[in-house]
Design a protein around this ligand. Structure first.
Ligand code: TEU
Length: 571
């Protein structure tokens, strides 16, 4: 059942690059990145060698959640450009042998989408396109606790918003400007499938599906269990809900099945388990090609949630990745990521963004990319871009962060110092500061005033500097991507974790027939000895194919601070 060199899908050898358009490149000086800006930077992506671009939402949107609140799925927001610009972007990518994957945000729309505007009318046939419910039995609309369920939203507060006109509440798992679509309604599903076909007909090559495992809700909408605070976790009623597999199989049949093109589908799935992911990505089931799971990016969350940050224990990371590698070994496929627009920068999170920035960024990249799965690079990760290191609340823009701060202040939890530490470590704006192109003002991102501050380290951390330096993070990413393209072991080799109990050294072997790779990474700023025993023989058939230190004087059984090494052997 496992893929072979002859029948493996193209994406087993591919690397995807995520562009967050708002922060990538601004062509018109309004301080916000746009499509012509991206088109002007395609050579950077071609030089890096990536195969696919995933474009975060560019659709018409009130921008309450930076475009993840869509008011027209078939229009480009004027802040980003026009549909013609989008066509030019597709053509520019295709001309360079790259594909374009769009962000598909269909768990919810904007409250300004015409579907929702129409749905506000209780007598409209579109009323049922969203989740409308009366207040709790015997309670008046708007009374404290009258919300139809006790669920808390991802962005703080209740998932229910009262519409004064009808006296009913609508469901929103995210912000109140992101009402959830009712996937129980066949007309909703058909409208989504029609829209998806329209984009594929226009030439795009697939979709990254935003929170797609939340689209099926238990229509009974039962209360959740309150574990702390006032609101409950309702996720048992909507994470991989009752009809999720049916909906994804239906989507596949309606949208993808009759297209011979080489498309890519990846479902973003918070809370997905290995067993569920195996089903979602089993090719025989025809649902999605791969999923984004969240286990490894939750390992440093404390009991108080993501802003209650804890140091990572390397053993936890190895146990987690090891379980996903084993669980999707013979059926299904992993996607591999450290960063995206929702996560802090990996070099600041699990590495050292000070003196060892280059070494730790390249070590982290090496370890991630050489697992079995399709790697995703988030813009700036290939430069070792760091967290924003903001020191004031007014530097933040993200709705999740701002709501968190507002709620903490209302409830009276946490000093300003603690709050700033939490959002400084984990806030989504860490990933959203502008792309650092060069050492000119605003890092070459814009000639105007950027919508969010540029990271102060741009004079030394930028694309121009990295492209000119053969020892840079950028050139290391290039080498990793090239290795995946050139060496079938990277794409298709099996995976064996070594040294699961070592608290500092990450080690594994990939094997395909008589060929093998040994990958070693030191997750610390001190030298670390290692002994992989019989798992690898360092004889003259074992050659060092990639590392992040200069020179040939390689210590045999010790890794230098943040060192990564990749050995190869063949029969
Ligand atoms: O994110 C879904 C998600 O579960 C989280 O990553 C979320 O962003 C948050 O960080 C939880 O703490 C997706 C998008 O990637 C995100 O940008 C959107 O805000 C969200 O869905 C709603 O569309």
């Amino acid at each position: 059942m496992t893929f072979t060199v002859d029948d493996a899908p193209w994406w087993t050898r591919a690397v995807v690059y995520q562009v967050y358009p708002r922060s990538f490149a601004d062509s018109d000086g309004d301080g916000i990145g746009d499509l012509p800006g991206i088109i002007g930077r395609l050579d950077h992506l071609a030089e890096l060698g990536v195969d696919v671009v995933w474009l975060s939402p560019i659709y018409a949107s009130p921008q309450d959640d930076n475009g993840y609140d869509i008011s027209d799925y078939q229009a480009v927001d004027p802040v980003f450009g026009t549909l013609e610009d989008l066509d030019k972007l597709v053509a520019g990518l295709h001309a360079r042998g790259m594909k374009l994957v769009m962000d598909l945000v269909v768990n919810h729309t904007s409250d300004e989408h015409p579907w929702f505007v129409e749905s506000r009318d209780p007598s409209s046939p579109m009323r049922d396109w969203y989740w409308w419910r009366p207040p709790r039995d015997g309670m008046a609309a708007g009374a404290p606790g009258a919300e139809p369920t006790n669920w808390g939203s991802f962005f703080g507060g209740s998932v229910w918003e009262l519409d004064e006109t009808s006296g009913e509440y609508f469901l929103h798992l995210f912000s109140r400007k992101q009402p959830d679509l009712n996937w129980e309604n066949r007309a909703v599903r058909d409208a989504v499938y029609t829209m998806m076909r329209w984009w594929l007909d226009r030439g795009v090559d697939g979709f990254r599906m935003d929170v797609i495992n939340l689209i099926s809700k238990d229509p009974a909408l039962p209360d959740g269990v309150v574990t702390g605070g006032l609101l409950a976790d309702g996720s048992a009623s909507y994470v991989c809900g009752p009809r999720i597999h049916e909906f994804l199989a239906e989507m596949h049949k309606e949208v993808f099945a009759d297209r011979p093109e080489r498309l890519l589908t990846v479902g973003e799935m918070p809370g997905v388990t290995v067993e569920q992911a195996r089903d979602f990505t089993d090719p025989a089931r025809e649902e999605v090609d791969m999923v984004f799971q969240f286990e490894h990016v939750g390992l440093d969350h404390g009991p108080g949630g993501k802003f209650d940050v804890r140091p990572l224990r390397l053993l936890d990371l190895k146990a987690s990745f090891g379980r996903w590698q084993a669980g999707l070994a013979d059926v299904g496929w992993n996607s591999l990521y450290w960063d995206n627009h929702d996560q802090p920068r990996i070099v600041s999170r699990f590495g050292d963004d000070g003196a060892s920035r280059r070494e730790s960024a390249t070590m982290l990249a090496t370890v991630l990319h050489l697992h079995r799965g399709t790697p995703y690079v988030y813009q700036g990760e290939e430069l070792g871009m760091t967290n924003a290191h903001f020191t004031r609340f007014d530097q933040y823009r993200d709705i999740e962060t701002l709501n968190h701060v507002a709620i903490a202040r209302t409830v009276g939890t946490g000093s300003d110092e603690d709050l700033l530490a939490g959002i400084g470590a984990m806030g989504r704006d860490n990933a959203r500061t502008p792309m650092q192109w060069d050492d000119s003002p605003h890092a070459g991102f814009t000639t105007g005033t950027p919508w969010i501050e540029v990271n102060a380290n741009y004079p030394s951390v930028n694309a121009a500097a990295d492209r000119a330096d053969p020892g840079s993070v950028f050139h290391h990413y290039r080498a990793l991507i090239a290795l995946r393209h050139d060496d079938p072991v990277v794409g298709l080799g099996d995976f064996t974790m070594l040294l699961p109990e070592d608290e500092h050294v990450y080690a594994f072997v990939r094997r395909l027939g008589a060929d093998a790779l040994l990958v070693l990474g030191n997750f610390s700023g001190e030298p670390q000895g290692f002994d992989v025993g019989d798992a690898w023989t360092f004889d003259d058939r074992s050659t060092l194919v990639l590392g992040n230190y200069d020179g040939t004087d390689v210590p045999a059984s010790e890794l230098r601070p943040w060192e990564a090494r990749v050995y190869r052997r063949s029969a």
